[in-house]
Write a protein that binds this ligand. Structure first.
Ligand code: ASP
Length: 348
């Protein structure tokens, strides 16, 4: 397939600019050194965006916090771990990060003050996957998703069943929410009571979606989130749904999503990204093309808050999103940095 951007004819000038330009990295302090001694930055890079293949292994994850996860995943691969080990180790870093309020231990609770976590994992070579949704008090749920994949005949376990399965398989009870999140929830609850029924909860949310191309050309991916802040109890978004928050096809590529799950899962977003890559689209253009397709179903001007990233079998990578600040972390031998995704603004 050629590198021709299938979506570029539809993209506004800002997106075309973002195709070639990373956000400015303003200070030398943004630069650091990873455990492996490789150059690393947690700020978006100033280097030109490449459309060509990166060296393997290649790891791409959502948001700036994805970089620490990528670095851990990379170290696991360097130490001889397989792709699934690397996905679990990497995403576990984010799940244990007390500064992260959208994934894992310090995740934001639901409307009743309960943290309920979602995660999934997918293995390219076997096309097997495992997923958990609405899990309370268990960590890391990415590891639990792997256990579902490897130890059961099923793909998805939810709620109490997933928790029981976890406790029976060596996972320990982990109290959540953390005190800071509990206090925030109480403040939100008081505000809600004052504002009256029907007042909208804040749209706070994020996910780590990680996709990976191994040195031997195999693919894998994983995803983990606490979902939308103050969601209705029982709400599950795109992240643990195979084909929505994550999809891997070992012959083609892998894609993951972050944003308002309801606007992703109605369209099997990550599956569609992989299908556009199957048709020959560059990962970046595949992400943008799916957003265009979703936008066509909505009134002009609506910001759907949907963001995708993808890698293909050749080692090319990219991301696109409707969110202004959507960035993702890219890690491969010699480099680990956070880069700006293409922005696809609401259609007019
Ligand atoms: N997609 C996640 C969800 O809807 C949240 C996010 O990634 O921002 O649960």
């Amino acid at each position: 397939m050629s590198d021709t951007p299938v979506a570029s004819r539809d993209l506004p000038a800002t997106s075309l600019l973002n195709r070639r330009t990373f956000l400015a990295s303003s200070t030398a302090a943004a630069l650091g050194t990873t455990l492996t001694g490789r150059a690393a930055s947690s700020k978006p890079s100033t280097m030109p965006v490449t459309r060509s293949a990166a060296p393997k292994p290649l790891i791409v994850s959502t948001w700036p916090f994805g970089r620490a996860a990528n670095d851990k995943a990379f170290a696991t691969l360097q130490a001889g771990g397989n792709l699934l080990d690397a996905i679990v180790d990497g995403i576990s870093v984010t799940e244990h990060d007390l500064a992260n309020h959208s994934v894992g231990i310090a995740g934001t609770p639901n409307a009743e003050g309960v943290v309920s976590l979602d995660a999934c994992i997918m293995d390219g070579p076997t096309h097997k996957c495992g997923s958990v949704a609405g899990v309370e008090g268990i960590l890391p749920v990415i590891k639990l998703a792997r256990a579902v994949m490897e130890k059961t005949r099923h793909v998805l376990l939810v709620g109490d069943g997933a928790r029981k399965f976890a406790l029976a398989n060596g996972f320990e009870n982990t109290p959540m929410p953390v005190p800071e999140e509990l206090e925030r929830w109480k403040a939100w609850k008081a505000k809600q009571a004052a504002a009256g029924p029907g007042s909208a909860p804040p749209l706070s949310h994020d996910t780590i979606a990680m996709v990976m191309l191994g040195a031997n050309g195999d693919l894998a991916g994983g995803c983990s989130t606490s979902g939308l802040a103050y969601k209705l109890p029982g709400r599950v978004g795109d992240s643990p749904i195979i084909g929505s928050g994550l999809y891997v096809d070992n012959d083609i590529g892998a894609a993951g999503a972050t944003g308002i799950g309801e606007n992703i899962m109605r369209f099997c977003g990550s599956f569609q990204v992989v299908e556009f890559m199957r048709q020959g689209a560059h990962p970046r253009d595949a992400c943008a093309e799916v957003i265009h397709r979703i936008q066509k179903k909505h009134p002009a001007g609506v910001d759907l808050a949907i963001n995708f990233l993808a890698i293909d079998k050749k080692g090319r990578f990219g991301g696109a999103g409707t969110s202004d600040g959507f960035v993702f972390a890219v890690t491969h031998p010699g480099s680990s940095q956070v880069v700006q995704a293409d922005r696809v603004p609401p259609r007019h």
